[in-house]
Design a protein. Structure first.
Length: 431
């Protein structure tokens, strides 16, 4: 049974959330949405950065959350220069968690926490302050264990290959860190966002590992979705992809598949920006589909949703992704999804909600993705059935409310040493 809203069964939980900010996406949104929803079941003290304080207090002044408190901590001012650029932020986060663990222990002496929970950052190859408080702790969900399959590296630009090589090196260095290994070994339950991340957690020595997605949507966010725009009679199918234009996102495969599909009247819209933009434009021109392929550049979220409103099918060709929010947005909106059978999208999308494409080689992906595009373009009833099933699956398994309810239950069980077999829902996968 899940914890109730009265004091009976409510734990005192210390949550470590380096990134935690209301009304934001990505990591800050994960920290904020999980914390405020878990507070429906437990009393939660969130240990986060002082930089987040203004936004959090402004939001709580408008909409107080019972059972949710915040502890603010930062490294000394002289260390703030480390936060310049993505790599610096990762180093700063690493040091922040180690420093925050001391703050957490002091608060534990005062409050007497029943459990701790690592929320953000959501990567598996760095230690968490939750490991050093002295209470049972839940690690995750964390992600980042997936990489580009070997057969797909040749299709990347030299810049993209270098970036991926550096990412793999960072993973291996992080895995060798004794503090990361201690975090894994000490976790009462480690949650991985993908099957590969779960494998990496086991390799680090985590005693109990389950799979659980790290992204979700709130009902408030779904309420922002605009009314569905119906195309004019005889108008062709509109495919859409959303994301930063990086090599690992696989947009070069999707453009090639769209050209191979040769669907009369179809259009393909790519929303986003990044270093691969000119290469992708050139590829569309080379393949003779530039007239039917458009690039919007970066858009605000409301405009992204409008692009989904004008579309029929989401194409999600990522070669590794712990879990993209756009897939859930498309499912909430009723779009079927074409995705590779890799990483988070393969967990989000089922045969009832979209078409999953295997990933053994570039040639195979292009061929099978083109076939999936043709199939959905030719069958509006199939698109409707898959879209409706996607709506239901998103609501059941990928709302912040449902994810937080399961995490709250797991926290109760690790704190009370309940039987471990029930630590995840039927949607999770236990080691």
């Amino acid at each position: 049974m899940y914890p109730t809203h009265d004091n009976a069964g409510r734990l005192k939980v210390l949550a470590f959330a380096y990134a935690c900010e209301p009304n934001k996406g990505s990591e800050p949104g994960v920290g904020w949405n999980l914390a405020r929803n878990i507070a429906k079941y437990h009393d939660v003290w969130v240990l986060t950065r002082s930089n987040n304080r203004t936004a959090i207090e402004q939001e709580l002044a408008k909409a107080p959350v019972e059972g949710l408190s915040f502890i603010y901590h930062d490294l000394p001012a002289w260390a703030s220069w480390w936060k310049r650029g993505p790599k610096g932020v990762q180093l700063y986060s690493y040091l922040w968690h180690l420093s925050a663990s001391r703050v957490g222990r002091k608060w534990h002496e005062r409050i007497g926490f029943d459990a701790a929970h690592h929320l953000t950052f959501v990567k598996y190859w760095a230690p968490s302050g939750a490991a050093f408080v002295g209470v049972p702790y839940l690690w995750g969900p964390v992600g980042g264990g997936d990489g580009i399959p070997p057969g797909f590296w040749q299709g990347l630009t030299p810049r993209a290959r270098f970036s991926e090589a550096m990412r793999l090196l960072a993973q291996r260095i992080g895995e060798a860190d004794p503090l990361t290994r201690r975090t894994a070994r000490g976790a009462a339950l480690a949650l991985g966002a993908t099957a590969h991340t779960c494998d990496r957690l086991r390799a680090l020595g985590a005693p109990l590992v389950s799979q659980k997605q790290v992204v979700a949507l709130s009902e408030d966010e779904i309420g922002d979705v605009p009314a569905r725009t119906v195309g004019a009679p005889g108008e062709g199918v509109r495919f859409v992809s959303v994301g930063r234009l990086e090599g690992w996102k696989g947009f070069h495969l999707a453009i090639t598949a769209f050209a191979r599909a040769r669907i009369p009247g179809a259009r393909y819209v790519i929303v986003g920006d990044g270093p691969e933009r000119e290469r992708l434009r050139g590829l569309a021109h080379e393949l003779g589909v530039s007239e039917w392929t458009s690039f919007t550049g970066p858009l605000a979220r409301s405009e992204v949703l409008r692009q989904l409103a004008w579309s029929d099918v989401l194409v999600q060709p990522s070669l590794h992704d712990s879990g993209g929010t756009v897939t859930l947005e498309a499912m909430a909106y009723g779009l079927p999804v074409i995705a590779l059978r890799l990483g988070g999208p393969a967990y989000q999308v089922t045969e009832d909600t979209g078409l999953l494409v295997g990933a053994s080689s570039e040639q195979q992906v292009v061929s099978d993705m083109a076939a999936a595009m043709r199939r959905l373009a030719a069958d509006p009833d199939l698109r409707r059935r898959l879209g409706e099933a996607g709506k239901e699956r998103r609501t059941r398994h990928f709302s912040w409310e449902s994810v937080a309810r399961e995490l709250a239950s797991a926290l109760s069980e690790i704190a009370t040493r309940a039987p471990r077999s029930s630590l995840v829902s039927s949607e999770g996968r236990r080691s």
